[in-house]
Design a protein around this ligand. Sequence first.
Ligand code: FES
Length: 168
Amino acid sequence: MAVALDDAIDLSLMEGILTEHQGQPRALIPVLQKTQEIYGWLPPQALTQIARALGLSTSKVYGVATFYAQFYLKKRGRHVLKLCDGTACHVKGAPILATAVAEEYHIHVGETTEDGELTVELVYCIGSCALAPVAILDDEVMGRVKQDKLLRTLKRKAPPAAKQESGS
Ligand code: FES
């Protein structure tokens, strides 16, 4: 569940977790995981609150959060597209899919659209090479993905923001 996509982070949403683990530095990883479930990422304000509640330094909390790939320190979109770029998917056209998405949404891999609707990430082999190229949109796994179908599916969930008219 991802909420709070704007800059205002409702820290009250994590009160229960912090109360439960108050003064328990060893609970850092589960607390980070639960916090990320709430916000969809780890906002800096939340990391500061976690450090205070668990009795850790902020640098320790950041150190752990940046060490593990499962944690996101940058805001992610309401929808997340993961393109597999393992060997089989790469050979079967993953770079073409990434280019198509970049052209349609004006974002590159690792970025989020300005309207906060879509984040594109790369993953490396999810063990479904027979279905290459593979893409995962939120929790939906798509195999033997063609560019047209991928863009159609994406547009249904996260329509590209209307282009700004340039004034003359
Ligand atoms: S390389 Fe993409 S699923 Fe294995």
